[in-house]
Design a protein around this ligand. Structure first.
Ligand code: NAI
Length: 720
């Protein structure tokens, strides 16, 4: 594995003249960084100052071939330290706020000076230094910041009230810097070290002290500051060659009143106190909005009796769906995204400038919500539905907002209708997903067919399910095929649906299949991806909605063929298995906000570039025959290559038909002769038709006026 390097990075370490800071400075320098070794060189209690501490470390680094410069300023003058970095190295990339002192005293004896000095060095010093570096980080769209906290802050420690308060303050500071910096690729994380140093020599027992080398913590800090580390806002505890993440969690809590009209009495609080404190099912809340939203949703669900009853009040905590780039990529791979397919790198590479989630990824929060609830089991009054008999019948998804590649969604699921289909019950579940701020961004609807749960006397048809559609009866406008992998279901299940039916041969047999089957939603994901490739140039933001009915299972390894019909911005589609000619998804469509088709031109192939433009024109004409007919006329194109005629194409716009070769059963009104290269340039708008005509690049015979009306049909708007 390649070594993680910091070449060309400038790292500022405060308090680097001793202990942990010294170890950090050495490690960064040994991996190619230019290091500013800051140290005031004072005493353990913040007294005195000397340049010796910093100078010694700089000398040590230089003697090992590293690059370093000393800085003797107090962190309270953080801007001067950052200036040292700029003056000597011209930039700054990483800031480790490490300098620290102790002034331990029993709480009652802490003087103002003890309080102020400790706060000055730890909290104010980190604030000043970071504030000086922050605009530089922002400008260069890169920065890594470490704050140094302490277990003494997190848990408290006798005799360290001033220090504990300052160290906990640093966590608050890091929290907000992580939020404010995120957009500019500025990460801020917290290290909670325990190491042998002069600060701990009389605090830690001697045998433990010997194990706690600062060098064992330095790699954790260095990794957090590497450009490849994506994390921000973490608190990492580390000591003696171990590291772990700390989190602040909140219990599920309890409602304190019966209804929104009631007040809260002290007795209400006493009655539910154990529940308030019960940490079973506690969760970490990702951000302040999430904390507020989860509270609001809990309040909304206040349905009486909660304040004093023993029932656990309804909560939406379980419906929080958090995802990041890994989930997005694993899903994309699960639905067959491949480097072989042009334009799909953006779905599987987090550093791609257009990195994006496939829209069908956003069925996952809804599916999680349904799995987490017992809706389906309880959907039919008076019966318990056996989940192993539940089949996913239909899915609808609509995307209402822009969805990032990482984030948190809060979903609310509800059964909106149960139909009695005789042999089974069809349960319609709506799941609406919100951002932590409360904006509705996704609407999902699943129709679940529960075999054997019918005959309960319910209505046979309903009104709530989004309807499937009939596809056009003509031949498909486009067809795209792709073989699934034999391990496709094994990969797709990592996106959350761990039902053993998709991987375990025994479970498959018990469920009535010969072998494990692919998830229906994986087949849907394949279809959505292929349609986006065909009609949206892989631009997932053009996706509006999709409805599909699952008809038959797919066995991993089979080839999926997606037939597509375009009518305006709606793409009707049908997915079938090539090997068995079985339709697996039907009644389906995708609505796009607009169409973006790009002719794909393979410049390396020996074929003609103009072929792709004509293919594109064929699609355009099919999609909007009326527009073609409004131009009218029959055009014969003679495409030349190296001075010789290479191919003929007919654009019969009277009949909205475009094909290779000379006109069939009609006469050309206009014949255009042009080279393959010039035709491409024309279609791309790089060559003006009049200029081409004047220069003799475009020869026109017959009706010249008619040729002038061609432009809108030809315009490829191509990004080639
Ligand atoms: P250390 O005393 O060996 O190193 C701290 C360095 O900071 C010293 O070289 C000192 O001269 C320098 N310094 C003090 N005030 C300064 C100022 N105003 N400006 C610039 N430099 C200044 O201590 P150690 O143990 O390496 O601590 C490093 C950091 O880790 C501190 O923030 C400390 O609170 C924190 N920490 C250490 C723990 C441990 O177990 N060693 C436990 C928890 C936190």
């Amino acid at each position: 594995m390649s070594e993680l390097r910091y070449d060309d990075r400038v790292v500022v370490v405060t308090g680097a003249g001793a202990g942990l800071g010294r170890a950090y400075a050495h490690l960064f320098a040994s991996r190619g960084a230019k290091v500013v070794v800051n140290d005031l060189g004072g005493g353990r209690h913040g007294d005195g100052s000397s340049s010796k501490a910093a100078d010694t470390v700089v000398e040590e680094i230089k003697s090992r071939g590293g690059i370093a410069v000393a800085d003797y300023n107090s962190v309270v003058e953080g801007d001067k330290i950052i200036k040292t970095a700029l003056d000597n190295f011209g930039r700054v990339d990483v800031l480790i706020n490490n300098a620290g002192i102790l002034r331990d005293k029993g709480f009652a004896r802490i003087s103002d000076q003890d309080w102020d000095l400790v706060h000055q060095v730890h909290l104010k010093g980190s604030f000043k230094t970071t504030q000086a570096a922050f605009p530089i980080f922002k400008k260069q769209n890169y920065g890594r910041i470490i704050m140094t906290s302490s277990n003494s802050g997190i848990y408290g420690n006798f005799g360290q009230a001033n220090y504990s308060a300052a160290k906990m303050g640093l966590i608050g500071l890091a929290n907000t810097i992580a939020i404010e910096g995120k957009r500019s690729n500025i990460h801020c994380n917290v290290i909670i070290p325990t190491a042998a140093s002069r600060l701990t020599e009389d605090i830690l027992p001697p045998d433990i002290y010997a194990e706690l080398k600062p060098e064992l913590i330095a790699p954790v800090v260095a990794y957090l500051c590497h450009e490849s580390c994506k994390d921000t806002g973490l608190y990492i505890d580390s000591a003696a060659g171990w590291a772990g993440k700390c989190e602040i969690v909140r219990s599920k809590g309890s409602l304190l009143r019966n209804s929104k009209n009631d007040g809260v009495t002290i007795e209400n609080v006493r009655n539910v106190w154990e529940k308030v404190k019960n940490m079973e099912g506690a969760s970490k809340l990702g951000c302040i909005e999430e904390a507020t939203l989860s509270l609001l949703t809990t309040l909304e669900e206040m349905d009486g009796g909660a304040g004093n009853s023993n029932e656990t009040p309804a909560s939406t905590v379980d419906d929080v769906y958090k995802y990041n780039y890994r989930d997005v990529i694993i899903y994309a791979l699960g639905v067959g995204t491949s480097l072989k397919n042009e334009g799909e790198l953006k779905y599987i590479y987090e550093n791609h400038e257009e990195f994006t989630a496939l829209p069908s990824f956003f069925v996952l929060p809804a599916i999680q919500s349904i799995f987490m609830s017992d809706f389906i089991e309880k959907a039919v009054a008076g019966r318990t539905v056996n989940l192993s008999q539940a089949l996913h019948g239909e899915q609808y998804i609509e995307i209402l907002g822009n969805l990032p590649t990482e984030g948190t969604l809060v979903s609310k699921a509800s059964v909106v209708e149960v139909m009695d289909k005789g042999s089974g019950a069809a349960v319609v579940v709506n799941v609406d997903s919100y951002t932590p701020k409360g904006d509705l961004v996704i609407r999902n609807q699943s129709v679940i067919f529960c075999v054997g749960a019918g005959g309960f006397g319910g209505p046979r048809t309903g009104t709530k399910a989004v309807q499937c559609v009939k596809r056009p009866q003509r031949n498909p406008d486009k067809t795209v095929s792709q073989q699934t992998g034999v391990d496709q279901a094994a990969l797709y299940r990592l996106s959350g649906d761990l039902n053993p039916l998709h991987i375990d041969p025994n479970m498959a047999i018990i469920s009535g299949f010969k072998t494990p089957i692919l998830h229906g939603l994986a087949t849907l994901g394949y279809s959505v991806r292929m349609i986006l490739g065909a009609y949206a140039n892989n631009d997932s933001t053009l996706f509006k909605a999709c409805k599909a009915r699952f008809m038959k299972p797919v066995i991993p390894g089979q080839t999926l063929k997606v037939d597509m019909w375009r009518e305006n911005n709606r793409i009707y589609f049908e997915t079938s298995i090539t090997e068995t000619n079985t339709v697996v998804i039907g009644g389906a469509y995708i609505d796009l906000k607009s169409i973006n088709m790009q002719p794909t031109i393979n410049k390396l192939s020996s074929g003609l570039q103009s072929d792709a433009i004509f293919e594109f024109v064929i699609d355009q004409v099919k999609a909007d025959p009326a527009k073609a007919k409004s131009v009218g006329g029959v055009f014969l194109y003679k495409i030349t290559k190296d001075g010789k005629e290479a191919k003929q194409w007919t654009m019969d716009l009277k009949n909205a038909s475009v094909y290779e070769g000379a006109p069939k059963d009609v006469k050309a009104n206009t014949t255009l002769t042009i080279s393959d290269d010039d035709f491409l340039a024309l279609a791309q708008g790089k060559l003006n038709p009049q200029v081409a005509f004047m220069k003799g690049k475009l020869k026109i015979q017959g009706n010249i006026m008619l040729a002038q009306k061609l432009a809108p049909i030809l315009k490829a708007n191509a990004k080639l």
